[in-house]
Every structure is written in structure tokens, then in C-alpha cells.
Design a protein around this ligand. Structure first.
Ligand SMILES: Nc1ncnc2c1ncn2[C@@H]1O[C@H](COP(=O)(O)OP(=O)(O)O)[C@@H](O)[C@H]1O
Ligand SMILES: [Mg+2]
Length: 224
């Protein structure tokens, strides 16, 4: 069996909302192994995004620990985490979050440039990725000049340019029609194999979820 890449121990998340306390996660224990494809399901408001953000170090648990290959991530500083995320983790969200003033190529290259890669090299890598995702001819388009499916593919290319170990996706096909959604869903599994990724995906699409060997359901703050 492959090694555990990401794990949580007793992760809780609570929000204090004008006097009352909202407990969203109530003690999540999770082991994700290298190369696994993990799906997290649950109704709207169940805490799926909250958990994904904590796993991806975009948010901190109220209590509990997150470990990456045994290393306690909750002890790292914000700067350390930013650099760690840039190298090891890729993110795709329901809405593409591309920068409107940058072309597809520039959007994809940006993550590599932030990681210290030169402009020329970053754009070369970005073009290769866009080509792989069937978007070479769209490289100079701005997000407003792309279809929803194309924007999401650009967002996937951006998530992959630093060759992450783990790819997180939060409802990645939730904003697309079923045909384009299916293309995006297929792409995740194809890229997982090609790049040896570990996949952690949140969805409420049962058909998409059924394709994952491992499925967790969140309800009332715990897995059921
Ligand atoms: N920053 C926040 N402050 C207060 N409550 C929040 C915050 N973020 C999320 N919540 C609440 O936590 C619950 C879970 O949210 P979320 O993780 O986004 O659910 P899901 O992704 O499963 O739909 C919801 O009830 C939401 O209102
Ligand atoms: Mg959500």
C-alpha cells in the first residue's frame, strides 16, 4: 500500500457567530494515500469546502492537526505555507478565479512565476500544458473570450503548472452544463494517471462521485 501523504487528526472547525457557536467540523480523522482519488460528498452547508480548505492549508482548523507526510502543517508560518502550497498543491474551484486582465497563457504561467521561474520558462511550460488540454489556440484569449469549459480547463492547467503532488477540486464541474462537466470530470482522471497525482475532489454530483474508489460523506460535522 502506498504511503499516507495527507492526514488529519481530530480536526474541528467552529465559527463564533454573534454569540452562538457554529460547529462545522466535529473531529475529522482522515488518511489520504499517495495516488489515491478521494471524493468528499455532503449536502450544501455540510462543511465540504471548509474541510477542503483546511486540507489544502488555505484555512486553519480550530482544533486538531493536519499532517503532510507526517509533518505537522499547523505549525508552519503563513509564508512557509504559501511556498509549500505553491510547490505541492494545486487547486481548482467551482468558479475559475482566472485574472481577467491576463491571457490564458499568462494566467497559467503566473503560478510558476510566483514560484520563481523566469517568464520565458514559465510561458513555455504553460503553453505545453495548454496544448495538452487542447487549448493551444486559446492561449492569447482573455477569460472573457473563453467558454465556461475552456476557462475551467485553463484553471486546471494553472493548478498543474508547478507539478503538484495533490490536486484539490471544489465542485469543479458544478458551474458547467452536463456535457462540458463530463469533459472536465474525465480530465481529472486522465491527468491523475498521467501526472501521478493524488486527487481530492468535492462534489455533489453522484455520477461523478461514483467514479472515485474512495468516497467520504460529511454529515453533521463527521463522516458517515
Ligand atoms: N467564514 C465563515 N464564517 C461563518 N460561517 C461560515 C464561514 N464559512 C462557512 N461557514 C458556514 O459553515 C458551514 C459549512 O460551509 P461550507 O464548508 O462552505 O459547506 P459546503 O461546502 O459543504 O456547502 C455553512 O453553514 C456555512 O454557512
Ligand atoms: Mg462548498
Amino acid at each position: 500500500m502506498s504511503s499516507v501523504i495527507l492526514s488529519t487528526k481530530c480536526v474541528t472547525k467552529a465559527y463564533d457567530m454573534n454569540g452562538s457557536r457554529l460547529e462545522v467540523l466535529k473531529g475529522i480523522d482522515l488518511d489520504i494515500r499517495q495516488g489515491e482519488a478521494v471524493c468528499i460528498m455532503g449536502v450544501s452547508g455540510a462543511g465540504k469546502s471548509t474541510l477542503l480548505h483546511i486540507l489544502g492549508t488555505l484555512d486553519q482548523p480550530t482544533l486538531g492537526k493536519v499532517y503532510y507526510r507526517g509533518e505537522d502543517l499547523t505549525r508552519k508560518t503563513d509564508d512557509q505555507l504559501a511556498s509549500f502550497r505553491n510547490r505541492k498543491m494545486g487547486f481548482v474551484f467551482q468558479f475559475h478565479h482566472l485574472l481577467p486582465e491576463l491571457t490564458a497563457l499568462e494566467n497559467v504561467a503566473l503560478a510558476a512565476r510566483i514560484g520563481g521561474t523566469s517568464k520565458v520558462e514559465a510561458e513555455k511550460m504553460a503553453l505545453e500544458l495548454l496544448d495538452q488540454l487542447g487549448l493551444k489556440k486559446r492561449q492569447s484569449h482573455y477569460p472573457s473570450e473563453l467558454s465556461g469549459g475552456e476557462r475551467q480547463r485553463v484553471a486546471i492547467a494553472r493548478a498543474l503548472i508547478q507539478k503538484p503532488e495533490i490536486l484539490f477540486a471544489d465542485e469543479p464541474s458544478g458551474n458547467l452544463d452536463s456535457e462540458n462537466g463530463k469533459v472536465i470530470q474525465d480530465l481529472f482522471f486522465e491527468l491523475k494517471e498521467k501526472m501521478g497525482l493524488t486527487l481530492v475532489v468535492v462534489t455533489h454530483d453522484q455520477e461523478f462521485a461514483n467514479r472515485f474508489p474512495k468516497l467520504y460523506r460529511l454529515k453533521n460535522g463527521v463522516f458517515i
